[in-house]
Design a protein around this ligand. Sequence first.
Ligand SMILES: Nc1ncnc2c1ncn2[C@@H]1O[C@H](COP(=O)(O)OP(=O)(O)OP(=O)(O)O)[C@@H](O)[C@H]1O
Length: 229
Amino acid sequence: MIRFDEVSKRYPGGHEALKQVSFELEKGEMAFLTGRSGAGKSTLLKLIMLTEALNQGQILVGGRNINRLPSRQIPYYRRRIGVVFQDHQLLFDRSVFDNVMLPLQIEGFDKHEAARRVRAALDKVGLLDKEKLNPITLSGGEQQRVGIARAVVNRPQILLADEPTGNLDPELAAEIMVLFEQFNQVGVCMLIASHDLSLITRLKHRMLTLDLGRLIKDEHQPSRARSPS
Ligand SMILES: Nc1ncnc2c1ncn2[C@@H]1O[C@H](COP(=O)(O)OP(=O)(O)OP(=O)(O)O)[C@@H](O)[C@H]1O
């Protein structure tokens, strides 16, 4: 589903944020991306989102070389990918419902179908009863759930998350991970950047570790590793 072949990224000024990174995530796989601050986690996610461009190598998503996509196709490509941020980037001038509706509005969805999907997404994250509230009145954990509902409302095949639990206490962080596992169980391919090792090692999914831009470890943790084919 996502394949990196010898991918390198150098920022203007010469800093090499990723160095010859190669890995493959299969359809429906869930993996954590970890490493110290500055290791290149956010950069790797930005390359998948095409908000930064690579300098060397290639990235295939769903079999297509995304760096060869014509620019007019990039918005359509991005719609297949949901993104969850640490600071959830919600709009505080509108309701929870309208925040989650936003991606569907941009896509020009039929109003009734869109409303149905928004409620289904809010139901999945346990916030159906809060749809009319302004997100500013919600707790940090609830705001992050609104961000997750917005990321999944157009049913992406891939969900990327950049430190999604960075601002949450351990209990809420664990709840957010349970939600991610539920999306993964219905086939969404997930890549979650997190430096919270105590949380992610407990969850026993695949773990990719970056250090100074290099992929230094790719561990399939025993209890959930796929059986060899
Ligand atoms: N726009 C940019 N221009 C120049 N250098 C950048 C830019 N963005 C990131 N970097 C540098 O690239 C390296 C990797 O940054 P990145 O944000 O990908 O790391 P990270 O692992 O996500 O870190 P953190 O956990 O702190 O978010 C860092 O040294 C950073 O300073």
